[in-house]
Design a protein around this ligand. Structure first.
Ligand code: ADP
Ligand code: MG
Length: 734
C-alpha cells in the first residue's frame, strides 16, 4: 500500500471533487492539468471591498473611475435613431444606470434581472442620475456577494474564456470553488524550494547554502502562505506581499535556466583567440562610402575584444532598424577570415539571405575572399558545390537561412557565427549552429529594441552591445494614418514620389505564408494596382510562395530601380535595404503587431531623403462603432493604440514598451516558440527590481553549485521541472 500522496504537480485536476472529465478537458485546453497548475492560475485582478463606492456617494466621484456593486433591476433599450441600452442596478443605498451605445444586442442578451454585478468605470451624471458608459463588468455569484459585502472581503477575478465558462469556470465562482478545494486539500503538499531541507546531512553545506536565507535576504513569504494569500488575500497589502514571492520564484527559475546556459557556454573548451589586427577589415573600413558612427565603432571594439579572448564569445548586438549592424558584423567576419577561419551568417528569410549575400559580396569584392549562399530552395548541384567548399575550407563566408543547420552542412573551421534578427530563431538553433564549429564565437544581432528587463531574461546568457545612434544622414520618417475609403489621395502621393525618382512599398498582411485567402487578396490587389491604378508605372509583386529564383529576381529589379512600386507581403519585414525607397504603405495596418509595423517602417528612411510611412486602415477598425462584443472592443482599441503609437514615435524602445503593455507580459514577440517560458504573474515592465534580485541569487547558486548537487539545493533542483533538470546534466558535456 502506498501512503505518500502524489505531489500536487502530479495530481490531475480530476482528483478534486466536482471536476469530471468534461471540466478537466476545458481546463486542460487552457493549460491547467494538475492541481498545482490550478493553484498557479492566479487572479487577474481583485475586487476590493474597501474601494467599493456606495451608490449614494457616486456624485462625489464625477469623471473619476470607481467600482460599485449592485443588483440588476431593469434592462431597457431607449432612443429611436441613436439607440442605447440602459441597465439599472441598485445597492442598499441608491441606484444608477449603465449605458451601452455599442453591441446593444450582445449586451442585452447577457444581462438578467436580479443578477449581481461589480462595475468599474468613469462616473458621469445624466440629469441627476449617476451613469457609467460601457463599464467593465464582473458578474458576482449570490453567495459570494453576501460574503463579500458582509465580511468586507476581497474577491479574486480569474482569467477565463468562453470555453472555460461553459464548463462552469467563470471568472469568480467556478474557479474560486475549485481553487478553494485545492488549497484546502493540497496546499500542505506544496514544496517550497527555499525551505531548508529537513535533515541536511552535513552542517557545513547547510551553513553556506541554506536556501531559507534567500527568503530572509529578500523578505519573501513562505511559498505556501503566498499561494494561499494570492487567492484569498485578507488585504491588498497581503496580496502584494504574496505576489512578490511568486514573482520572485518565476524570475528565479527563469534565471537559473539562463545561469546554467551561460555556464555551459563559459566552461566549455576554450575557443579561438583571434588576432584582431585584420588587413581586410582595415581595407574595407577605408573603402566605405561613409564613416562609422561612434556607436558602431564602440560595439566593434567590444566585439573584437571578445574575439581576442580565448573564451568563446556570446554577444548580443542590439540596434534599431537602420542603425548599421550589417557592416559591424561584416568587419568582425573579416577579422575571423584573416585568422584563417570561416564565418556563417544566418538570417530568417531567403530574401534577406540573398540580399546580405549580394551586399556583402559587392562590398568585399576588392578584399578578396570567397562568399557563398546556402538556402533551402537551391539546385542540388549548386548546393553540393557550396557544401563541398564549406567542408573543404575554400569558402570563407557562407550566408544562409536555417538551411545552415542541416546535418550535411559541415565546416572546415568555423570561427564566427553571426545570427541576424535573432527574435526569429530560438535558443536551440543558436546552439545547433555553434556546434558546427569547435567553440566558434557567436554574435547575435537583433533589431527588436527590447526593454532591459526583457533582454536580461531573453538573452540573460549573453553579453550585450548596443548601437544607440543612427547614421547622421537620416531624416525622421513621417508617419500618417489614412482610411481605406481615401486611397485615391494615397495613390496620388505615391505618384508624386515616383515622379521625384523615388520608390515605394505597398505591404499587405499575410499572417502566415500559408494563408491562402490573404495571399489571394494581396495578389488581386496587386493586379488592380498594376492594371488600373498605376498602369503607367512599373509595379512588381513579391510574396513568400514565389520560387526562390523569382523572389530574388523581383527584389533585384526593385533594388536596381527597374520597379517603381513593390507590392509585397511581410516577407520584406526584416533587413531589406533599398535606400531609394521612400514610402512604405501598409494596408490593413490594424492587423499587424507593433514590433512588425516598426520593422516594416524601418525599410524606408535608409538614405538621406525624406521618407514616409502610411498606415492604411478602415474607419471601423479605428473608431469604436457598430455592434461589437467585449473581445472585439478590446481588439479595436488595441489596434488603434498600436497605430497611434507608431504615428507618434520613432523611438524603438518606447514602441516596444507599448507593445509589452498591450500584449501583456506573457506574449512577447512569439517568444513562446523560442522556448521562453510564459510569465504567469511577473510583469517585465514593472517588476524589474525583483528580477534583478532573483537573477543575482540564481547566478550565485549556479556559481557555487553548478549541478545543484548540494543536499540544500535538492528542492530547488526539484522545482526546476523535468526538462530543466535534464539540462543540468548536459550543462557539463555541452
Ligand atoms: P540594420 O541595423 O537595420 O541591419 P543596415 O546594416 O542594413 O541596418 O544599414 C542600413 C543602411 O545604412 C545601409 O544602407 C548601410 O549601408 C547604411 N549605413 C551603415 N552604417 C552607416 C553609417 N555609419 N553612415 C551612413 N550609412 C550607414
Ligand atoms: Mg539588418
Amino acid at each position: 500500500m502506498n501512503t505518500t500522496p502524489p505531489p500536487p504537480s502530479e495530481l490531475p485536476v480530476t482528483s478534486l471533487p466536482g471536476v469530471g472529465s468534461f471540466r478537466a478537458q476545458a481546463l486542460g485546453a487552457a493549460g491547467i492539468r494538475t492541481v498545482e497548475d490550478l493553484l498557479y492560475h492566479f487572479p487577474r485582478r481583485y475586487l476590493d471591498r474597501s474601494t467599493i463606492v456606495p451608490m449614494t456617494e457616486l456624485y462625489r466621484f464625477l469623471n473619476q473611475t470607481v467600482t460599485t456593486i449592485g443588483r440588476i433591476t431593469g434592462v431597457v433599450t431607449l432612443g429611436a435613431k441613436k439607440k442605447r441600452l440602459v441597465v439599472t442596478i441598485r445597492d442598499l443605498s441608491s441606484s444608477m444606470d449603465l449605458v451601452f451605445f455599442q453591441g446593444i444586442s450582445y449586451w442585452q442578451k447577457s444581462f438578467a434581472r436580479d443578477e449581481t454585478l461589480a462595475v468599474s468605470g468613469v462616473v458621469t451624471m445624466f440629469g441627476r442620475r449617476p451613469n457609467m458608459v460601457h463599464p467593465v463588468i464582473d458578474r458576482l455569484e449570490n453567495e459570494e456577494t453576501l460574503e463579500f459585502i458582509n465580511t468586507g472581503g476581497i474577491v479574486p477575478v480569474y482569467p477565463s474564456s468562453a470555453e472555460l465558462e461553459k464548463a462552469g469556470f467563470n471568472r469568480h465562482g467556478g474557479f474560486r470553488k475549485a481553487i478553494h478545494l485545492a488549497l484546502q486539500r493540497h496546499l500542505a503538499d506544496i514544496v517550497d524550494p527555499f525551505d531548508d531541507p529537513p535533515a541536511a546531512a552535513d552542517g557545513e553545506t547547510r551553513a553556506t547554502a541554506a536556501p531559507a536565507s534567500i527568503r530572509d535576504r529578500h523578505a519573501l513569504q513562505p511559498l505556501r502562505d503566498a499561494l494561499q494569500a494570492i487567492h484569498r488575500p485578507r488585504s491588498m497589502e497581503a496580496r502584494d506581499v504574496a505576489r512578490k514571492r511568486l514573482v520572485f520564484d518565476e524570475f528565479f527559475l527563469l534565471s537559473l535556466q539562463l545561469a546554467l546556459q551561460k555556464r555551459s557556454n563559459a566552461t566549455a573548451e576554450p575557443g579561438i583567440a583571434f588576432r584582431i589586427d585584420s588587413p581586410r577589415a582595415r581595407a574595407l573600413a577605408a573603402a566605405l562610402p561613409f564613416t562609422l558612427t561612434k556607436a558602431q565603432k564602440r560595439v566593434l571594439r567590444e566585439i573584437t575584444a571578445d574575439m581576442a579572448k580565448p573564451e568563446p564569445m556570446n554577444r548580443l548586438l542590439q540596434g534599431d532598424v537602420g542603425s548599421g549592424k550589417t557592416v559591424v558584423a561584416l568587419l568582425s567576419m573579416l577579422v575571423a577570415v584573416d585568422n584563417g577561419h570561416q564565418c556563417a551568417l544566418m538570417v530568417p528569410t531567403e530574401i534577406l539571405a540573398e540580399q546580405h549575400y549580394r551586399t556583402i559580396a559587392a562590398m568585399v569584392n576588392d578584399v578578396g575572399l570567397n562568399i557563398r549562399l546556402l538556402v533551402g530552395q537551391q539546385a542540388p548541384a549548386m548546393r553540393a558545390d557550396v557544401l563541398a567548399g564549406v567542408a573543404g575550407g575554400t569558402v570563407d563566408i557562407v550566408v544562409g537561412t536555417h538551411a545552415l543547420l542541416e546535418g550535411d552542412v559541415a565546416f572546415h573551421s568555423l570561427g564566427l557565427v553571426v545570427i541576424d534578427e535573432q527574435h526569429r530563431f530560438g535558443v536551440m538553433q543558436r546552439a545547433a549552429l555553434r556546434r558546427k564549429g569547435a567553440m566558434p564565437d557567436v554574435l547575435v544581432m537583433t533589431a527588436t529594441p527590447i526593454p532591459r528587463t526583457l533582454s536580461m531574461t531573453l538573452y540573460g546568457d549573453l553579453d550585450v552591445s548596443v548601437i544607440d545612434e543612427l547614421p547622421a544622414n537620416r531624416k525622421n520618417i513621417k508617419t500618417a494614418i489614412r482610411f481605406d475609403d481615401d486611397t485615391a489621395t494615397v495613390h496620388e502621393f505615391l505618384r508624386g514620389e515616383v515622379a521625384a525618382g523615388n520608390q515605394a512599398y505597398i505591404v499587405f498582411p499575410l499572417v502566415s505564408e500559408s494563408e491562402k485567402l490573404d495571399l489571394k487578396a494581396a495578389t488581386a490587389e496587386y493586379e488592380r494596382l498594376r492594371t488600373e491604378v498605376f498602369p503607367d508605372l512599373r509595379v512588381g509583386l513579391l510574396h513568400g510562395q514565389l520560387p526562390a529564383k523569382e523572389k530574388d529576381a523581383v527584389m533585384m529589379r526593385f533594388k536596381r530601380h527597374e520597379l517603381d512600386i513593390l507590392v509585397s507581403t511581410t516577407v520584406i519585414e526584416v533587413g531589406v535595404d533599398v535606400p531609394n525607397a521612400t514610402v512604405m504603405v501598409i494596408e490593413h495596418a490594424e492587423r499587424f503587431g507593433l514590433a512588425q509595423l516598426h520593422q516594416l517602417r524601418g525599410r524606408v528612411g535608409r538614405g538621406s531623403k525624406q521618407a514616409w510611412c502610411i498606415l492604411v486602415t478602415s474607419r471601423a477598425a479605428f473608431y469604436s462603432g457598430g455592434s461589437k462584443s467585449a473581445d472585439e472592443w478590446k481588439e479595436q482599441s488595441d489596434a488603434r493604440k498600436r497605430l497611434e503609437t507608431l504615428r507618434d514615435t520613432l523611438d524603438g524602445f518606447r514602441i516596444s514598451e507599448v507593445d509589452m503593455e498591450i500584449r501583456g507580459p506573457g506574449d512577447l514577440w512569439g517568444t513562446a516558440q523560442s522556448g521562453f517560458p510564459e510569465l504567469r504573474i511577473a510583469n517585465l515592465l514593472t517588476d524589474g527590481d525583483v528580477l534583478a534580485e532573483a537573477r543575482a541569487e540564481a547566478f550565485r547558486i549556479i556559481e557555487t553549485d553548478p549541478q545543484l548537487r548540494l543536499p540544500a539545493h535538492a528542492q530547488i533542483r526539484a522545482a526546476l521541472g523535468p526538462k530543466l533538470r535534464a539540462r543540468l546534466t548536459t550543462a557539463d558535456i555541452a
